[in-house]
Design a protein around this ligand. Structure first.
Ligand code: MEV
Length: 312
């Protein structure tokens, strides 16, 4: 091939953020309409074109570190010269909003390099290469994103191990961006500091979040979005208790509920970023999105999970 192509999609955490850091399970949803794509070809000069930086590979700024790591480690494995390529990146996943933009971009690069080399990587091989890039992006991370951006179905994720979640009936979600980005490191550190002074209370909250996550797995398996919403609603209160919500997130959550959502919560590390709401149907999704926009959300997306044939 002359040009290697690769893509991967965004993700949203349905439930279990923060608790997953302490060994609890989390559920992630694929956001198939949000895509990162990479195209790569051999060239005498090393060059990158992207929304965040365009210029020689050799003088790319620090924030390009994860992408460059994805390029370097995959090129090494696939016998491509990483300094002699032209790479073009495109993404419709907003940056630093907890929707998996860095992992999806890295996965797109890894797949594009494999395509250029005429090789097929297994999902596990792609995951390991993406996880190396994620390590550069976030330091130690639970590894959730590297799995989520490759999966077409929701995943339950615990202690590094993903399993497919059964979806019995259509379930529609609205995601709203508050237009601010919270620092994942600050949010994770804040929870850890709270745990230092109130370990029993925080451990209890983590346990409650773990139970809510498994309630949601069960409710999706029954096709009961109302019950999914009730668990999400409780989870938002617990996350607020842990100190990772914000006035903007709370306002968007309240607006969603008032407009008829079954439940809504912050998604990702919090302190900013996005809200995820579950709604009765596509029609209600429009009303809920409008209500979230009216209180300040800068963008909204709708995604519908379709039933899978997975047998539990
Ligand atoms: C951040 O997207 C999710 C957290 O649970 C951190 C992690 O899992 O690495 C807050």
């Amino acid at each position: 091939v002359e040009t290697g192509l690769g893509s991967a999609h965004g993700k949203a955490i349905l439930l279990g953020e923060h608790a997953v850091v302490y060994g609890a399970p989390a559920i992630v949803l694929p956001l198939l309409d949000l895509q990162a794509t990479a195209s790569i070809r051999r060239s005498r000069r090393g060059y990158i074109t992207s929304d965040l930086y365009t210029g020689p590979l050799a003088s790319a700024p620090r924030h390009m570190g994860p992408v460059l790591t994805a390029l370097r480690v995959s090129a090494e494995q696939l016998d491509v010269r990483a300094d002699r390529v032209e790479l073009i990146l495109r993404s419709t996943i907003p940056f630093e909003r907890g929707l998996g933009s860095s992992a999806a971009t890295s996965a797109a690069v890894v797949r594009a390099v494999a395509n250029l080399a005429g090789e097929r990587l297994s999902a596990a091989q792609t995951h390991d290469l993406v996880q190396e890039a994620e390590h550069v992006a976030h330091g130690t991370s639970s590894g959730l994103d590297a799995h989520a951006v490759q999966s077409m179905t929701p995943l339950r994720f615990q202690q590094g191990k993903p399993t497919t979640v059964k979806v019995a009936d259509k379930c529609t979600f609205v995601i709203a961006d508050t237009g601010t980005s919270g620092s994942t490191a600050a949010a994770v550190d804040g929870v850890s500091m709270l745990r230092d002074v109130q370990s029993r209370v925080v451990d209890r909250v983590v346990e409650d979040l773990a139970n809510l996550t498994d309630d949601v797995v069960y409710s999706l398996g029954l096709g009961d979005p109302l019950r999914v919403g009730q668990s999400m609603h409780e989870a938002h209160s617990l996350l607020a208790y842990l100190g990772v919500s914000s006035p903007a997130l709370d306002a968007v959550v309240a607006a969603a509920l008032e407009a008829g959502a079954y439940g809504a919560k912050l998604t990702g590390s919090g302190l900013g970023g996005c809200v995820l709401a579950v709604v009765p149907d596509q029609e209600q999704a429009g009303d809920v999105a409008a209500a979230m926009t009216a209180v300040g959300a800068t963008r909204t997306w709708t995604t519908t999970l379709t039933p899978n044939d997975f047998d539990l």
